[in-house]
Design a protein around this ligand. Sequence first.
Ligand code: F6R
Length: 622
Amino acid sequence: MCGIVGYVGDKHKAQDVLLKGLKMLEYRGYDSCGVAMIADDEVFLERVEGRVSALEKKISGKKFNNILNGIAHTRWATHGLPSEANAHPHTDCDGDIVVVHNGIIENYIELKEGLKGHTFKSETDTEVIVHLIEENVKKLMKKDMGKRSEMLEPLFFEAFLNTLRKLKGSFAIAVIWKKAPGMILAARRFSPLVIGKGEGENFLASDVAGFIEWTKNVYFVDDNEVVFLDKNNVAFFNLDGKKINKELKTVNWDIKMAEKGGYKHFMLKEIFEQEMGFENTLMGRVLPVGKYILGNEMNLKEDDIKKFSMINFVACGTAYHAAYIGRYLFERMGMRADVDLASEFSSRSLVVDKNSLVVAISQSGETADTIDALRIAKKNGNKILAITNTLGSTITREADYVMYTHCGPEIAVASTKAFTSQLAALYVLALSFSYIRGNLLITKAREFAEELLSLAKLIKESLEINDYVEELADKFSAQDDYLFIGRGINYPVALEGALKLKEISYLHAEGYAAGEMKHGPIAIITNGMPVIVIATSSSDIDLVRGNIEETRARGGVVVAVVDKNSKQKIRADYYLEVPYASECFMPVLNIIPLQLFAYWTAVRRGTDIDKPRNLAKSVTVK
Ligand code: F6R
């Protein structure tokens, strides 16, 4: 996810403002960081692998006079391992132009190929931006034949605009140039960027937390907007260089609120980041290039994909529920698949076919049970594919192939955005595997890909239910027992809904396959007991309707997750309506009201939502 900060002015020591800003943004990523400032006609650049405190130590005691501007970055690696060389800021060949970036440049390989003669010093997608600016500056200077040598700011601005027009993907960028001191240029597309307006100084950051200590006057930058900042002015432009008027707003957040983007808890913030996480995970992987293709980042050859006999998923907790959905998905798309709890893998005398691809899913990439299962499978001779959110984690080093989810660091212990971004990765895998193996015709593959690409928007729509879910959670606040039921691909959604409620509200919640109710669990239904049923459109909807009637007949209060079509078919006490999508995509939308329900119930119970008792974010013991 990464955090960026920028400062222009001389009211404060730039290094203090930048380091403080980075500390406030460390929740966005913390595997490496760096700072660059222009002072006395020199670029000062320092980077470290590790946290901001290490960077602070490295530059402490250094004296900087006449600093005009500076930019800084704290990183959550996406392209290139966490290391000093890959840490931002990145510079052009001469070290004069300096850039920080949050986001993913989708077409960086293509752009890099066009930058002949440039020396690249990192493995990042970001570095291409600064070399492109350099290239554009040189072209404009040549065209100008020195006419603008006194006025390099407009030339820098034009070079920046020309660069932005070439970039595909997501970005919040800030750039400075030794030859145009006292100014910062910035731009945004799909990654957050805010500007802080001061008196005789100005700021920029990935969110308000980055400068809240110095100013509460804020401009919120929109997509495809470009910003010019010097110490006295802030100006906004579109990509054609046309000036835009923007409203200055005042925020009344304290530092703690600002760090969480105005949300009370990281969990709620992360629930609301799911559109971003889903979209980022698809980015560059499902491309409308004549036909839809899978970005081949994993080095997984088509021939190998054709040879795998089946898929065996292993994972724990929430990642296990995502894997369970993956099993349904692969089976529906014509490939055999199985799923195991990683912690049970070693206890079974499991006979996994050697030709099966073992897919280990783990947000942290450090879960001991999952790593153990991976090692057992490796010993068995299986190839391993890891789906993880954490670059350089243990799982990535031991797996044969790695597919990253790109939802940024998940801070709250209860996993939310990691789950939906794991689903995004699974959709991409299922699509490409079944297409390559000939189970899916090109027309069907296109339809699937098109719907997949439209899902992020539907996630956003699903989140509109938040206020209603808060009211509903209030109604049930005296209840101690909850049942969650679903069928088919929505059965794991019921499991995940129950897990979310248990872990943060400490209430008794059970997830069941709806068809299993009559084999036992129905006995626990008493008058007024809340039963949450996943009842969106599916081939099983008539059976789900039957389960709802059985529940109602025993006094259960039915809360049904529905879409506009299924709503007419069932009788419930309360409806949680989500947008309609094809059945295989519904888990992504259905889980959202359940995450919110768990969150608001926990708020009512006054629990420690981001750090629930007895739990840890990364479970590194067996
Ligand atoms: C639930 C939760 C845990 C994790 C599980 C696996 O909200 O966070 O159940 O999903 O511990 O963690 P990772 O994905 O890091 O392997």
